[in-house]
Design a protein around this ligand. Structure first.
Ligand code: ZN
Length: 222
């Protein structure tokens, strides 16, 4: 039975890793493809940005070259498009599996995006969501008190710490899932991350659930 579950999960991931080559031509949603085409043509005309072959430009240059009206347009479309870190290609934000259509580079994902991608809709049950760091040693780093750094990371990400754990179904299979979030202090492990992973493993063991950990961490928090 375990073998069966493993092979199901395996084939599920494999099917998702394959990039749909027909993704561009096969957009069923005419609205989405309209927006996509609009953004592409705008960028081709150089209104939003110059062609992707220009490679890196600094932010200050970028702003100077644009009128405030253009900047507003750019701000609005920030919600809609993303840029590849590798080839600087522009693409519509809901890109298939967060894989660059131009070069196949894996784009950054938040922990929530990862959960949304992996877990069947409506089946996610988060665990220990309210667990927060207590800072018992009143740690002061050179820049800022630890407590302050935690607070600003919480504000920035909307998370309590650098991992989300819980249970849900993956293609109908009950699983325990933990996803680290690099945006929260580099996905680093403090007391909360350690405790949540331990509890998740214990829960999965006790309930005979397959355990999946998505690791994106700079290491231990120091
Ligand atoms: Zn790319």
């Amino acid at each position: 039975c375990n073998n069966h579950i493993n092979s199901c999960i395996d084939s599920y991931f494999r099917s998702h890793i394959c990039i749909d080559s027909h993704f561009l031509s096969d957009s069923n949603n005419s609205n989405e493809s309209y927006i996509y085409n609009f953004i592409c043509s705008e960028s081709e005309r150089g209104k939003i940005r110059e062609s992707k072959n220009d490679k890196i430009r600094t932010n200050s240059n970028h702003n100077n070259l644009m009128s405030s009206k253009d900047f507003d347009i750019t701000k609005n479309y920030n919600q809609l498009w993303i840029q590849c870190d590798n080839c600087y290609g522009l693409m519509y934000k809901k890109v298939e599996m967060n894989v660059c259509e131009e070069c196949g580079h894996y784009l950054k994902m938040t922990s929530s995006e990862r959960i949304e991608l992996s877990i069947d809709p409506g089946t996610w049950n988060p665990m220990d969501e309210d667990m927060v760091s207590a800072d018992p040693i009143k740690f002061h780093s050179r820049e800022e008190p630890y407590k302050k750094r935690i607070n600003s990371a919480q504000k920035k990400t909307g998370l309590t710490d650098a991992i989300q754990t819980g249970t849900g179904q993956l293609n109908g299979i009950p699983v325990a899932l933990g996803v680290m979030d690099f945006q929260f202090m580099g996905g680093s492990m403090g007391s909360v991350v350690g405790e949540k992973i331990t509890r998740l493993i214990e829960y999965a063991t006790n309930h005979c659930l397959p355990l999946i950990l998505v690791c994106s961490s700079g290491g231990a928090r120091m």
